[in-house]
Ligand binder design. Sequence first.
Ligand code: ZN
Length: 236
Amino acid sequence: MPVLRRAGGPDAAGELRRGGRPAKSRHPRLARSRRAEPLSRLRAAGGRRPLAATAIAGAARADAARAEGFGYLHAFVNEGRVAGASLQHSHSQLVWLRDAPPAAAGEAPGGLRDLVRRGRETELEVTHRADVIAFCHPAGRLPYEMAIASKEELAPWPDGATLVVALEVLREAVQRLQRVEGLVPWNAWLHQGRDWHIELVPRLATLAGIELGAGIYVNTVAPEDAAAALRSAEAD
Ligand SMILES: [Zn+2]
C-alpha cells in the first residue's frame, strides 16, 4: 500500500488546499450544463458533435472572459453524487476568474513535461489519440487519478481541434475506468498555465483528516497497476 505524498511537485495537493487569497470570480456558476447522458456514454458517432460543440463553446467563452479582463476560465465536470452532481448526469461548469487559482498557479513550471515523459517512458500510459495522451499520475491522490495532456505541444489553452481530441480521450478514460470499477463518481478539470492539461480524479475513496488536514494522500492502488487495468479494459 504505497503512501504517496505530493509535496511541492507539479499538480501538488493545492487543489484541496485552503488559504491564500480568495479567488475573485465573476459568478460562481457562469455556465452550467446538465447532460442528458453521462459524458462516458456519448458514443463516437453521436458524441463527437456534442464534444466539439462543448469545445467551441468553451473556447468562445474563454475569449469573451479575457476580453472582459478575466484572465482564467476554470472549466470542470462533476459526475456522480459524491463528486457534486446527480447520479445520472454530468455537470460541466465554467467559472471566470481574474487570476489563475492557487491550484493552477502553484504548479511547477515545466513540471508537466516531466510527468508526460514519465508517463510515456514507464507503464503509466492508459491511451492516446493524435497528440493527446492519458496516463496515470505517478503520485495520484486517489486510485486511478489520471492526467491528459499534449505529448509535445506547449500551449496554455488547447486549440479547438486539440480540445475536441482531449475531451474524446477524457471520455475514453472514464469509460475504461467504469469498466474496471463500475459507475464511480469523478471530477475532472482543465488547468491552464504554461502547459494545459486535464486532471481526472475518480472519487473512489473518502477524503478524511489526513488528506484534508495534512495534505497527505493514501493511495491504495499503485499507478502502474491502475494503468495496466485501464489499458486492459475495453472502451467504445
Ligand atoms: Zn494541474
